[in-house]
Design a protein around this ligand. Structure first.
Ligand SMILES: O=C[C@H](O)COP(=O)(O)O
Length: 247
């Protein structure tokens, strides 16, 4: 039996404030979350507010594929590390679609993250059309292969987030059965590259997670926590979701 410590991650996207960062750390300090890792990924300008807190781990929402240099507006892995960041989202569907990040660029970002000791949270997931055409397995396999086929050693250093695009921000989460099926598929795909790492890597579910559906989702055998968007912007709500993952 493989023990995987649950991880609940907040992705604030381009939302939040200094006040929310303070409110959240104060709320987290009121509970004892020893059996769950809590990660907060605020906008880059708020990283410093959360950098010194012991209440949560700190993550960035994006990083550059380049090491350093004339890349106006970009943040490198080493700049993030120096700011206290330990995790970084890579390949969120909003980055893939709205900012045209290709599999190739994402593979470079994964390399940058790992080379600088950041834990990437590699986000994958199918859109509605792909699900309706029963291509979910194929899509996940392709997104995983883009990174792990050439670097199986990255699996043990990653967290994976399965986020069906149709469930993001829609209020319509995947059912626990749908999510479990996809997570099992992801683990099976990863086992092709490294079976030991596939058994221990944490796979988070993301897409309309809230305090009402979290317990059942996180109770599935291959779901090791969540990547929470909208519901993480309310400190109380996010706290409840973290508590749902205590196991
Ligand atoms: O990264 C978080 C996801 O995109 C989920 O967002 P959501 O919880 O608002 O659906």
């Amino acid at each position: 039996m493989t023990m995987r410590k649950p991880l609940v991650a907040a992705n604030w996207k381009m939302n939040g404030s200094d006040a929310l960062a303070r409110e959240l750390t104060a709320a987290l300090a009121t509970v004892n979350l020893v059996n769950v890792d809590v990660l907060v990924c605020p906008p880059a300008t708020l990283l410093h507010t959360l950098a010194s807190t012991e209440q949560c781990l700190l993550g960035a929402q994006n990083l550059s594929q380049y090491t350093s240099g004339a890349y106006t507006g970009e943040l490198s892995a080493s700049l993030l590390t120096e700011a206290g960041v330990r995790f970084v989202l890579v390949g969120h569907s909003e980055r893939r679609t709205l900012f045209a990040e290709s599999d190739l660029v994402l593979a470079e970002k994964m390399q940058q993250a790992i080379a600088h000791g950041l834990t990437p949270v590699y986000c994958i997931g199918e859109n509605l059309q792909q699900r309706q055409q029963e291509k979910t397995g194929q899509v996940l396999a392709k997104q995983l292969a883009a990174v792990y086929a050439s670097h199986p050693e990255f699996i043990a250093k990653s967290v994976i987030a399965y986020e069906p695009v149709w469930a993001i921000g829609t209020g319509e989460a995947a059912t626990p059965e749908q999510a479990q099926q996809a997570h099992a598929e992801v683990r099976q795909q990863l086992a092709q590259y490294d079976s030991k790492a596939a058994a221990t890597v944490r796979i988070l579910y993301g897409g309309s997670v809230n305090s009402k559906n979290a317990t059942e989702l996180f109770g599935q055998p291959d779901i090791d926590g969540g990547l929470v968007g909208g519901a993480s912007l309310n400190a109380e709500e996010f706290l409840h979701i973290c508590q749902s993952a205590k196991g």
